[in-house]
Design a protein around this ligand. Structure first.
Ligand SMILES: *Cc1c(COP(=O)(O)O)cnc(C)c1O
Length: 234
């Protein structure tokens, strides 16, 4: 595996997908999904041009932060977040992708207030209504967005979704399009027009080009950069 080559290849595919959709390549951020990777691999990815890392597990985030492994890059939290672990995340990452309940939103608000900061967040939506997945149900999204807009220490930046594992090329485009419509709806409902709510975090190794065609502004890519992970780590 050649990390430098993989980073370049993914960057080129992102740029090509953007142009094909009539978009500027610079509109799309590449977030390296670094779960199960070592400090060394993360440093190598940053040396190869990665400017944003996404962590799934609080324990890994804390360890990599302790080792200063993300130096030179921004860090986002992209995994499921338990309310009792917000202390380790709020203030340590520039964006939390996975706020999906009032309870979690309130815990993030409380911790950000304690720290005297404003935490940027995305709301995660369970677009395909999969039982096994995190994310709020689409019908609950407007109310959750409204609550987020009222939190003084939280800034709502957009939406994140993890559609079903795509088997066929193009099979997730309908979900990506739905997620974009959800964002447009939310923007339409937000009275306060000072907020920039424009982030669409969607698309992974198997389908990020389709996500870009449907408006993704941030793609989370692991396997295409780092190779396959051991199966237990999904
Ligand atoms: C692991 C992970 C990714 C990247 O998945 P790949 O298929 O390896 O690209 C993206 N988003 C989240 C939330 C993840 O946990």
């Amino acid at each position: 595996m050649d990390l430098t080559q993989n980073v370049r290849a993914v960057q080129e595919k992102i740029a090509a997908a953007a142009r094909a959709a009539g978009r500027e390549p610079g509109e799309i951020a590449l977030c390296a999904a670094t779960k199960v990777q070592t400090d060394e691999t993360i440093r190598a990815a940053i040396a190869a041009g990665i400017r944003l890392c996404g962590e799934n597990r609080v324990q890994e985030l804390t360890a990599h932060l302790g080792a200063d492994a993300y130096a030179g890059a921004e860090v986002h939290f992209i995994g499921h977040l338990q309310t009792n672990k917000v202390k380790q995340v709020v203030g340590n990452v520039s964006l939390i992708h996975s706020v999906d309940s009032t309870r979690l939103l309130q815990a993030v608000e409380l911790q950000a207030d304690k720290l005297g900061i404003v935490q940027d967040i995305l709301l995660e939506v369970n677009t395909a209504r999969e039982e096994s997945k995190g994310g709020c149900m689409p019908e609950n999204l407007p109310a959750l967005a409204e609550q987020a807009m009222k939190c003084p220490h939280v800034r709502l930046r957009g939406l994140m979704a993890i559609p079903p594992v795509s088997t066929l090329s193009g099979s997730n485009r309908k979900y990506f399009a739905q997620i974009r419509h959800f964002l447009v709806d939310i923007i339409g409902k937000i009275a306060d027009n000072h907020s920039v709510v424009d982030c669409l975090s969607m698309g992974m190794s198997a389908d990020y080009e389709d996500a870009i065609a449907e408006g993704a502004t941030l793609v989370r890519v692991g396997t295409a950069l780092f190779g396959a992970r051991p199966p237990i780590h999904g």
